[in-house]
Design a protein around this ligand. Structure first.
Ligand SMILES: NC(=O)c1ccc[n+]([C@@H]2O[C@H](COP(=O)([O-])OP(=O)(O)OC[C@H]3O[C@@H](n4cnc5c(N)ncnc54)[C@H](O)[C@@H]3O)[C@@H](O)[C@H]2O)c1
Length: 393
């Protein structure tokens, strides 16, 4: 950086792009110590109107329809890549080569080979911060549960997790990049990436997966007539295309510790728009989490008398990670939501760039590669009728 400020840009102004735009905007306002001055420089999207709208809403100086202008700009230091997965590699490699710090959304890439190339590019620039956006590591309840595994809950015996969404349940939802690509690029890549990362965040490395079953219920979709953001509904064209990947994936896993996991992901679960939910059972207690109730978690241990024991509701508060100083109104039970996680993530990214380290660092791209190896193993298991597949680093 030749200037004393940090210049920021986001490529992709769609559903998650806006969360990054807002995240960087709010990052200097939370936690301590103060960050160096931050400049909100540019928003890039192929859709010019969307880029301009993102810049106006979130206070960025300019909008660019060609992402290469971000690569070339000498007033930009940190870039979030928030476009369809198959576009990540080219952008990340170009940005790193141009000396930019990069936060790339999950899944890091559509394939292990692409992710290996991206990690190699990051390794070639050790002076740059190169990260993957596993934002749920910053969910305060999830982080609080992680802090209790081991000392309080004992060793993990079983992780049972699901990430169920409904964005694919409606057959009249438009065709988008999310429905293209081979087996494993559907619900598994989109939300299974978060679920498997959360499982490893809590329970340590996954050693093998098995018993994978994929299913696809809606086998073709009509292209939208215009631009669509995220999972948005749209007027449809008359052209249908085949859905190339899975609506549902279920599988089991074994952690290196010997503990077991049962996992399922779905983009076609009626009634659950965005439900990451799990229970983790340990040798001395257990905890549970449901993102539909993000400000609390369930907790049980042996400390209550038998007659009144059982799961209790813990309200997340100042005793847990990210809460104190993490939001504008800093008071217990003035609560947080998923958008705040992107603020925490943006703040952590900027801390790393500035050489501060008060928050846990954003996951390195290497973690995104590891996650893809797990997803590839699940896909291989499904193709092999549920065979057990080892994850090799
Ligand atoms: N961490 C999370 O919780 C989370 C949530 C949603 C999405 N994501 C990830 O974020 C990424 C984007 O997902 P989304 O839901 O925001 O997608 P989206 O379809 O809503 O938005 C993507 C945007 O990228 C734009 N775009 C396409 N090609 C481009 C190009 N060459 N240059 C510039 N812009 C281009 C599109 O016009 C679109 O507006 C994906 O990798 C997805 O997995 C992460």
């Amino acid at each position: 950086m030749s200037r004393n400020d940090i210049g920021l840009a986001v490529i992709g102004a769609g559903m998650a792009g806006r969360a990054h735009l807002a995240g960087y905007r709010n990052a200097p306002a939370v936690f301590d110590p103060p960050l160096p001055p931050v400049r909100l420089v540019a928003v890039s999207d192929l859709d010019e109107a969307l880029a301009a709208d993102g810049a106006r809403r979130y206070g960025y100086e300019r909008a660019e329809s060609d992402w290469r202008r971000i690569v070339e700009a000498d007033d930009i230091d940190v870039v979030s890549v928030v476009v369809a997965n198959h576009l990540h590699r080219e952008m990340v490699e170009a940005l790193l080569a141009a000396g930019k710090h990069v936060l790339c959304e999950k899944p890091l890439a559509p394939s292990v080979a692409d992710a290996e190339a991206m990690v190699a590019a990051a390794d070639a620039h050790p002076d740059l911060v190169a990260t993957t956006g596993f934002v749920y590591r910053r969910q305060p309840a999830i982080a609080a549960i992680r802090d209790r595994i081991g000392a309080e809950l004992g060793d993990v015996v079983h992780f049972s997790g699901q990430y169920w969404c409904d964005y694919g349940v409606d057959a009249s939802g438009p065709m988008s990049w999310r429905y293209r690509g081979g087996p494993g690029s559907g619900a598994l890549a989109d939300i299974g990436s978060h679920l498997t990362d959360t499982a490893e965040f809590l329970c340590g490395p996954i050693e093998s997966v098995s018993g994978a079953v994929f299913s696809t219920s809606i086998t073709e979709r009509f292209l939208p007539a215009g631009h669509v953001v995220g999972h948005g509904a749209a007027a449809l064209s008359e052209t249908a295309e085949p859905v190339e990947n899975e609506d549902v994936a279920t599988f089991t896993a074994r952690f290196a510790s010997g503990a077991a996991a049962t996992l399922s992901v779905s983009r076609a679960t009626f009634g659950h728009a965005n439900q990451l939910k799990f229970q983790v059972s340990g040798t001395r207690g257990a905890a549970s989490f449901d993102m539909e109730r993000p400000g609390e978690f369930g907790y049980v241990d042996g400390s209550s008398p038998a007659g009144t024991g059982g799961y209790r509701q813990v309200i997340v508060g100042p005793h847990h990670p990210y809460v104190t100083r993490g939001m504008a109104m800093d008071f217990p039970s003035v609560n947080f939501g998923s958008n705040d996680l992107f603020v925490f993530q943006a703040r952590a990214m900027l801390e790393q760039v500035a050489g501060l380290d008060t928050l846990p660092p954003v996951a390195p791209m290497r973690d995104g590669l590891r996650n893809l190896r797990i997803l590839a193993a699940v896909t291989e298991s499904a193709a092999a009728g549920g065979a057990a597949i080892r994850i090799d680093d």
